[in-house]
Design a protein around this ligand. Sequence first.
Ligand code: SAM
Ligand code: SF4
Length: 336
Amino acid sequence: METAPLIDPFARAITYLRVSVTDRCDFRCVYCMSENMTFLPKKELLTLEELDRMCSTFVSLGVRKLRITGGEPLVRREIMTFFRSMTRHLESGDLSEITITTNGSQLERFAKDLYAAGVRRINVSLDTLDESKFARVTRWGRLPQVLRGIDAAQAAGLRVKINTVALKGFNEDELFTLTEWCASRDMDLTFIEVMPMGDLGGEDRVGQYWSLKDLQARLAQSYTLTELAHRTGGPARYVRLDETGQQIGFITPLTHNFCESCNRVRLTCTGELFMCLGQEDNADLRSPLRSDPNSNVALENAIRAAISLKPRGHDFDYSRQQADGQVSRHMSHTGG
Ligand code: SAM
Ligand code: SF4
């Protein structure tokens, strides 16, 4: 019997699941985490087997693409076991793609294993090519380690896309350096507008909000930009730089002009499902999952019930948000 796919009340098919596999990270990026984070007790986390059951259930309900994120997904113990177990869905054709968003610190170790498990594309977050600025923005990170990780990923055959958070006064002066560096390594590049997430203790955020409209206008002074029509169902728009052939993306999470094509939901490492990045509404999937170790029926029902509550967009009900659109949870909680 065919299982009915996940269709939300606005007739959007849910085919894309982002999964945060840990809230932990080996970096402390200033816009994402405070220096002294309290992480969840281990028992709160879904085990690797539970993550497998969760993802497999979503796949059986029509999810075609999984993106694994965190925290830093590659610091989760034994995470390769999970990737290897997901390979079966790629082989059966039920899943068309499994990707990962990573800070790159562990890629030197895991790039080959990721490729062997069927991963073909990865996103690496990197805001600067300057070693001391990198140390400042990530607090704990080391640039050479990440660059070695990117080398290892490309050598393993993974297609790498760089994600850069646009920070005024921080990486503004590297716009062209970063673009050219990516072009020289045949990597696409996506800029992310910084979101006001969580209470980061009023710390120096290193940079400030830099509008991607401004960033794009600056790019257009040196390159010919061709707008690309394709959309991914997410908050990214793309242009092609005619001179380099590179694709440049712009992610503006707080705009809502993509909501009508939104095809995604987000699962946290504790099994909460967020139906919309911009809203606090979520559904607990861990309890139904744990309620019956031998059957996924309760879980399936809970997933369907949650999808039936997916809001039209994140501007849908302002009373749920603070006036500036701030959402109180950290990005590392929902994985971006
Ligand atoms: N640790 C991995 C990484 O950094 O790629 C995956 C998780 S991280 C939360 C996912 C993405 O969210 C990264 O590209 C990061 O730059 C972005 N991010 C984190 N906090 C953000 C914020 N306040 N505004 C915009 N993007 C943010
Ligand atoms: Fe860690 Fe990624 Fe957040 Fe940086 S952005 S602190 S690497 S989870």
